[in-house]
Write a protein that binds this ligand. Structure first.
Ligand SMILES: Cc1ncc(COP(=O)(O)O)c(C=O)c1O
Length: 396
């Protein structure tokens, strides 16, 4: 590992390039080599036995661990300032493994506010099949009265997909600790560049690395960071038992993406701020959900816990589904697609795509109306994006 002195004194751009990185021992290659192998020779009989019993360190089989994947995990741990990290095949693999590794039959999990549709699905529909009870709290205020002696975990997402709801992480950490519950944050939208939840006292942070961490829309992955106490059981479940390991090819792409994370997030956040201001003045738009707007209910908390306000926003168009269809179909520079956090700007209609599996009632309670369009701002020139939105809104 490179000697970087005290990590705490280094800026995030330096850490994104150098943190947790080491030149390849054999070749000296600076970029992490892709170790494309399923198994590793352990030499002799006794060494094999020692590795499998955990007495001797060393790689054995790529489902358990792989050097390219380890390199990505170490870099993520540095960026989130965590003791340990485990990489998984996708964001959903990371989320499912965290829930199933740390919860057992009889436990309760409180999920606060809006969550990504896939996460909602696992918490509301899958966990009850294994005797784990989901309890919904609309916000931090509601959370205070939702704890019971059976509460084991509190799960939040901030900013939350797709209406950019902001949850106060320091409060979540404090209340969870007082109640003896593990606090878990999906930090996909903020990235470690904008928010480091562990510094606020949160126990576990996870990401869909498919988004900003990859940043180029060319890899699928997930990662969970925190103390070993939590990461070790998640690693065993996710990799050894569920088999949801990250491929070394994806790990190399994610590691490369990390190097430019601060630059990309900064560019898209600055652009998003200007675009949100432009869209909020447009007559076809009823509301812009962006935490950098003073009208956003989460503005004050976001200012405290985020370095910038991020690159994602949602706009509610006055004309419902016909307006959303017209707007999305007329975009030329911005691509219609789910996912977010890419160099390319993307836009989608949550009610019929990302959140289509969520019931209409829950969708509306979460602010996912028929006219809502989610936009992920990429790193193109702001003026070009505004021109595209302007022409697409004509005639809405
Ligand atoms: C906030 C958030 N968490 C988790 C996920 C799931 O990640 P993945 O698609 O990598 O499984 C998504 C996907 O959109 C997301 O937006």
């Amino acid at each position: 590992m490179k000697k970087l002195g005290n990590h705490a004194s280094l800026g995030m751009r330096t850490l994104a390039v150098h943190g947790g990185q080491r030149p390849d021992e054999l070749s000296g290659a600076i970029s992490t080599p892709i170790t494309a192998t399923s198994s590793f020779s352990y030499g002799d009989f006794d060494s094999g036995a020692r590795r499998f019993s955990g007495e001797e360190p060393g790689y054995m089989y790529s489902r358990f661990a792989n050097p390219t994947v380890t390199a990505f995990e170490q870099r993520m741990a540095v960026l989130e300032d965590a003791e340990a990290a485990v990489a998984c095949a996708s964001g959903m693999a990371a989320i499912s493994a965290t829930l199933f590794a740390l919860l057992k039959s009889g436990d309760e999990i409180i999920h606060v506010g809006v969550l990504y549709g896939g996460t909602e699905g696992v918490i509301r529909n899958l966990l009850p099949r294994y005797g784990i009870t989901p309890v919904f709290a609309a916000d931090v205020q509601a959370l205070k009265s939702a704890f019971t002696p059976r509460t084991k975990m509190v799960f939040v997402e901030t900013p939350a997909n797709p209406v950019m709801a902001i949850v106060d992480l320091a409060e979540i950490a404090r209340l969870s600790r007082e109640a003896g519950a593990i606090s878990v944050v999906d930090n996909t939208f903020a990235t470690p560049y904008l928010t480091r939840p562990l510094e606020k006292g949160i126990d576990i942070v996870l990401h869909s690395a498919t988004k900003y961490i990859s940043g180029h829309g060319d890899a699928t992955g997930g990662v969970v960071v925190g103390n070993r106490q939590w990461i070790d059981p998640i690693r065993t479940l996710c990799l050894k038992q569920f088999g949801g390991c990250l491929s070394p090819f994806e790990a190399a792409l994610l590691t490369r993406g990390l190097k430019t994370l601060p630059l990309r997030v900064e560019a898209s956040s600055n652009s998003a701020q200007k675009i949100a201001e432009y869209l909020s003045g447009h007559p076809a738009v009823s509301t812009v959900f962006y935490p950098g707007l003073k009208t956003h209910p989460g503005y004050d908390v976001a200012r405290q816990q985020m370095k910038l306000f991020g690159g994602i926003m949602a706009v509610d168009l006055k004309g419902g589904i016909p307006a959303a269809r017209h707007f999305l179909d007329k975009l030329t520079l911005v691509t219609q697609a789910v996912s977010l956090g890419d160099t390319d700007s993307l836009a989608c209609h949550p009610a019929t795509t990302t959140h289509s599996a969520v019931s209409a009632k829950i969708r509306l309670e979460s602010g996912i109306t028929d006219g809502l369009v989610r936009i992920s701002i990429g790193i193109e020139d702001t003026e070009d994006l505004i021109a595209d939105f302007q022409q697409a809104l004509e005639g809405v």
